[in-house]
Design a protein around this ligand. Structure first.
Ligand SMILES: Cc1cc2nc3c(=O)[nH]c(=O)nc-3n(C[C@H](O)[C@H](O)[C@H](O)COP(=O)(O)O)c2cc1C
Length: 238
């Protein structure tokens, strides 16, 4: 953004600020609303560029982006999903099983394409800036790339659905991912009929958004205080 568009305090102008919050508040995990339409490569390139501008520990940029278009391969991934979902159902509390089974939890073959975002754990090659004590920071960095992709996609009108109900070892074999590389996110990506106003799991009665004020602590874990901040967050999220 050219410096001329910035306010004196370095903030964006109101219009640009509103756009950022709008993207954040209207992003959805999409499973059901994909339409049968290809995704323009120019749009996909912009989304990948947004992902690639994520922060990363030691500027490691540990990600790769596997674009999966082939329908047969996607059917194989969906089979992995179906098997994992069946296993997960078994570990569910009995009274939630029916609801779980009724949920649509992926759009693997209905979406325009799938994207597997991976983390190459060996990319910092012996100089693990920021990872000596916390080696998992490369994984966290890759999640930042996923979120960038997801938010940019919302701005472009592109739906994204994250599928994590998968046997990752089987997924690695299917996509020929080497041992030192971790699949972080398997995403369904494509044009959609619309974006739902509320999370699907909220609409279906699976969960509710926790009041933000109940999650804020003061000075230490479970520390009470910050009443003004809590009141303001409640007013903001109303
Ligand atoms: C790490 C991660 C894994 C997820 N895995 C799945 C999944 O396997 N299937 C699914 O339907 N949604 C999955 N989701 C989406 C969540 O269900 C969704 O983000 C949540 O219900 C809130 O809805 P929203 O994203 O529309 O705000 C995942 C989200 C994250 C961040």
């Amino acid at each position: 953004m050219p410096a001329a568009d910035l306010q004196d305090d370095n903030s964006f102008d109101q219009f640009a600020r509103d756009a950022v919050y709008r993207v954040i508040f209207t992003r959805r995990d999409v499973r059901s609303q994909f339409v049968d339409e290809p995704l323009d490569d120019a749009v996909l390139a912009r989304l990948l560029s947004a992902a690639h501008h994520a922060p990363s520990v030691g500027y490691m940029q540990p990600w790769n982006f596997i674009v999966i278009r082939d329908l047969e391969r996607r059917r194989q991934v969906r089979d992995l999903f179906l098997a994992a979902r069946a296993e997960e159902t078994e570990s569910m509390e009995t009274d939630r099983r029916e609801l779980y089974r009724s949920l649509k939890l992926e759009g693997i073959v209905e979406s325009a394409l799938n994207l597997c975002i991976t983390c190459d754990r060996a990319r910092s090659k012996g100089s693990p800036l920021g990872r000596s004590h916390n080696p998992e920071m490369d994984l966290f960095s890759t999640v930042c790339a996923v979120q960038n992709f997801w938010l940019a996609a919302r701005a472009e009108g592109v739906g994204v659905g994250w599928v994590s109900i998968l046997d990752m070892a089987a997924l690695k074999r299917l996509l020929a991912i080497p041992g030192h590389v971790v699949p972080i996110a398997y995403l369904c990506v494509g044009r959609v009929s619309h974006f739902a106003r509320r999370p699907d799991l909220e609409v279906k009665g699976w969960g509710r958004r926790v009041p933000l004020s109940s999650l804020i602590m003061s000075e230490r874990y479970a520390g009470v205080g910050e009443d003004r901040l809590k009141r303001l967050t409640d007013e903001t999220s109303r």
